[in-house]
Design a protein around this ligand. Structure first.
Ligand code: HGY
Ligand code: MN
Ligand code: MN
Ligand code: MN
Length: 416
């Protein structure tokens, strides 16, 4: 595969990227140093306004669709050709780091800035995008904006989604001024490449700079609601309890034991537990918790879901509580485009970076774009594999390496 640079001598500016990353990371900064811009909050709006401002400074044609996805288009020599798109998200979890999502969007803007500075045009238009509510931390499912864009979720159903704080998605979108009118799915890319920090330990442990991401594991999110009976913590004999707090803890223990028993790629997380009345001397009347199960193999993921359902039935009977579940997200494992993954690996090789093929443990907008066009991802190492944590860090040299591979890969695709 030829990897002759389409713009010899043109280099993206790593320092400019790092400066933009620092500026964006300051929006929604918490006392503990985290980056907190939950989807469609005022902090998310401030982050969106900053990035849209940069898009306009770069001369991009900005369009916003009805679910708040934002696209910045740089015309190519051939307006009749479908664009090459890159991008990610800028909403964060509550304990977000500086790079999750932000890095892919701002690296895309740096590719545009470098081409503008050098006066280099491309055959195809280039688009840099950021998608609404990738994290799914405030509104479920995750990757909601790119899922609607790819036709996997009806717009009206998405707009009616209720947040964990009770807000309605469509109302929040209008409130922050990002309920756009551009035709949904109006921009149909010829290819999509997402640059992202790995958020896991593989590249860092192996001392490898670039991941050419070929696949992404399946994701199952559900909410489990348990109704027991509040009672006095001191007077109620153990045999008479219907303890929703104990039942919630039993679910978390089961999920951990299930992952141990299944082994392989199976992971499971109970990340959110709310008890009512949540008081020291009251047996919990109700518990609401979330279970996140993931596996690279669809059949195994289904088996994990079935095992959990059977355990919940058994727990309800033995503890004398009622248990109901609600599916919050369910995505099958995704295989990305081998041709694009190969281009990424070849560009990394040509630029002299160590690289390997790999799968993604995290969900990404790319898994939705893969439904409508050839798609793959570029990973760079996360120090210690830490993410969704203010300690999230990637060495500047690795951030620049990912930027350079993205630059070369987009240029190659935009001139094919
Ligand atoms: O949960 C995920 O993997 C993604 O960050 N929303
Ligand atoms: Mn992300
Ligand atoms: Mn994330
Ligand atoms: Mn993600």
């Amino acid at each position: 595969m030829t990897t002759v640079s389409q713009a010899p001598g043109v280099e993206p500016d790593g320092a400019r990227l790092l400066a933009r990353l620092a500026a964006l990371a300051d929006i929604g900064r918490t006392g503990s140093g985290a980056c907190c811009r939950l989807a469609l909050t005022d902090d998310d709006r401030r982050g969106r306004d900053l990035v849209v401002g940069w898009m306009r400074e770069l001369g991009l044609q900005v369009s916003i669709d009805p679910i708040g996805n934002v696209f910045g288009l740089r015309p190519g020599r051939r307006a009749d050709l479908a664009p090459v798109m890159t991008g990610s998200h800028i909403d964060t979890v509550r304990t977000g780091g500086a790079y999750d999502g932000n890095y892919g969007v701002l690296a895309g803007l740096e590719v545009v800035a470098a081409l503008n500075d050098a006066g280099v045009s491309t055959e195809r238009p280039l688009v840099v995008a950021f998608f609404t509510n990738e994290e799914g931390a405030r509104f479920a499912p995750d990757m909601l904006g790119s899922l609607v864009y790819a036709g996997g979720l009806a717009l009206d159903e998405a707009l009616a989604t209720r947040a964990i704080d009770g807000a309605v998605l469509g109302e929040e979108l209008a409130r922050i001024g990002y309920a756009g009118s551009a035709p949904l799915g109006g921009i149909r890319p010829a290819a999509f490449v997402e640059l992202h920090v790995e958020q896991g330990p593989v590249l860092d442990l192996e001392g490898i700079t670039i991941g050419a991401v070929e696949s992404l594991q399946g994701i199952s999110w559900q909410q489990v609601d348990i109704v027991g009976q509040s009672n006095h913590a001191g007077t109620t004999p153990m045999r008479m309890r219907h303890d929703a707090g104990y039942a919630a803890a039993a679910v978390a223990h089961f999920v951990r034991a299930l992952t141990r028993e299944m082994g392989g790629d199976q992971v499971g997380t109970v990340g959110k537990v709310d008890l009512t009345p949540n008081l020291i001397n009251v047996i919990a009347a109700r518990a609401s918790l979330t279970v996140d199960l993931r596996n690279t193999d669809e059949a195994l993921l289904q088996r994990a879901e079935t095992r959990l359902a059977a355990f919940l039935d058994e727990l309800a009977a033995t503890e004398g509580v009622s248990i109901s579940t609600q599916r919050l997200a369910r995505f099958e494992p995704v295989r990305f485009d081998p041709g694009i993954a190969a281009r990424i690996a070849a560009q990394a090789e040509a630029l002299g970076y160590t690289h390997r093929r790999m799968s993604s443990g995290a969900g990404h907008d790319a898994q939705m774009l893969a439904r409508i066009c050839p798609t793959a991802m570029i990973f760079v190492p996360s120090v210690g594999g830490i993410s969704h944590n203010p300690a999230e860090h990637t060495q500047p040299a690795d951030l620049v390496a990912g930027l350079r591979v993205l630059f070369a890969t987009l240029l190659q695709l935009a001139n094919e």
